[in-house]
Design a protein around this ligand. Structure first.
Ligand code: ADP
Ligand code: MG
Length: 381
């Protein structure tokens, strides 16, 4: 990837720049907890975006995307939003830095990546974080702190790409560290690194390559259920700001006051927040069997209580159990996308073979396989 970028940069701009990169991410556990003020538990992965960048002394940004095979120029002014999709991410990052009083001037860039697009590994956050990190180093002497860089990426999605995302993806991409997962408290922004060295296990994603249309409307309905449950609990326990603040017994107290549907949604969320804590404890003991069991419990909750799974995901999850995979669950919002699986080395080949074959038999197309390793996030090369 680096050589390709270097050759293109030289050919286009007749000079050399500096190299930066950032990563996609996985989330081991902690699903649908972010908007409930709970924990998520992501890590950066060995798939990323790499860019060569150099200031060009003008007020224009000149960027070439190797993967799109497309060259785009834009000014940094408010009215210069590029028409094409991919440059919006870069333009947005520039604008958001400027809005915060930071400095960005014209630059030349060539970039490429290997994060699969739209598979739930957050290629867009990898792209934003690469440029946010680089432009902070190049024009601001690294003075913008990394959490603010994550917010710059998030605001880019909100303001220029029409995606109302949380902070997890950009956070993981910027803060990621090899061999560590990061528990982020979505309410306070506090975070803590936990060791993740699954010796004898592999982490593999299986992409169903489907995306069911229900996702958006269902997401909003789930949020509303959670808000209603939190509101009911708050009457007895005013300290409950978000649903994640509630104890399980507090939910039981209001069972008669909310609908059964709102109850089971809340039951899932409160359980999931606890599972993140349990997984963190297990990791400190190097106990990957417990980690795996929690992943299965999360899948059960997402499928039967939160009801955001689908036939394809449930199929892969059941198959994982049958193949004695240590842990398996849907990753991301649901209704399609990937399962994340923690598999013993010696079971890996048979599991993948079986999953690909049986999935194709059942659904008519092969799933995609991504082997992931927890790696470093944003950095200068
Ligand atoms: P994801 O879940 O992977 O983040 P998104 O739809 O949020 O999916 O973001 C994908 C978009 O990010 C692409 O449409 C493209 O505009 C941009 N993008 C990601 N990776 C690349 C790349 N390697 N080259 C060019 N654009 C990219
Ligand atoms: Mg994205």
């Amino acid at each position: 990837m680096k050589t390709k970028i270097q050759d293109k940069f030289k050919a286009l701009f007749k000079e050399e720049g500096d190299f930066y990169m950032s990563s996609g991410r996985i989330n081991l556990i902690g699903e649908h907890t972010d908007y409930n003020g709970g924990y998520v538990f992501p890590g950066a992965i060995n798939f990323g975006i790499m860019a060569e960048i150099k200031p060009n002394g003008t007020d224009k940004v000149k960027v070439f995307s190797i993967d799109r095979d497309e060259y785009v120029e834009f000014y940094l002014t408010e009215e210069s939003l590029p028409e094409q999709h991919w440059p919006k991410y870069i333009y947005g990052v520039c604008r958001e830095i400027l809005k915060r009083g930071g400095k960005v001037e014209g630059f030349n860039a060539v970039f490429a990546g290997d994060v699969p697009l739209g598979a739930g590994l957050s290629s867009s956050a990898a792209l934003e974080s690469t440029f946010a990190y680089a432009l902070n180093e190049i024009f601001n002497g690294g003075s913008i702190d990394k959490f603010e860089l994550a917010r710059i990426g998030q605001s880019t999605e909100h303001n220029y790409c029409g995606v109302k995302c949380g902070i997890m993806d950009q956070f993981a991409s910027l803060f990621g560290k090899e061999g560590s997962l990061i528990r982020l408290d979505c309410k306070t922004g506090e975070y803590k690194y936990f060791p993740f060295h699954p010796k004898g296990y592999r982490l593999v994603l299986i992409d169903t390559c489907v995306k069911h249309l229900l996702a958006d409307s269902a997401y909003n309905k789930r949020r509303e259920s959670c808000e209603r449950a939190a509101e009911a609990i708050r009457k007895n326990h005013p300290e409950v700001e978000f649903l994640s603040d509630a104890k399980r017994v507090w939910l039981d107290e209001v069972r008669g006051e909310i609908t059964e549907e709102d109850f089971i949604r809340a039951e899932y969320v409160i359980g999931e927040v606890q599972r993140v804590l349990d997984v963190c404890d297990a990791l400190e003991r190097d106990d990957y069997e417990t980690v795996g069991e929690m992943m299965y419990q999360t899948h059960f909750g997402l499928s039967h209580l939160y009801e955001v799974s689908c036939e394809e995901l449930d199929f892969l999850n059941k198959l994982a159990r049958k193949c004695e995979v240590t842990g398996s669950r849907v990753m991301g919002g649901g209704f399609g996308g990937c399962t994340i699986n923690l598999v013993k080395d010696e079971l890996y080949d048979r599991f993948i073979e079986t999953a690909v074959e049986k999935f194709k038999e059942q659904f008519g197309h092969e799933p995609k396989i991504y082997n992931v390793v927890i790696s470093d996030g944003a950095r200068k090369l």
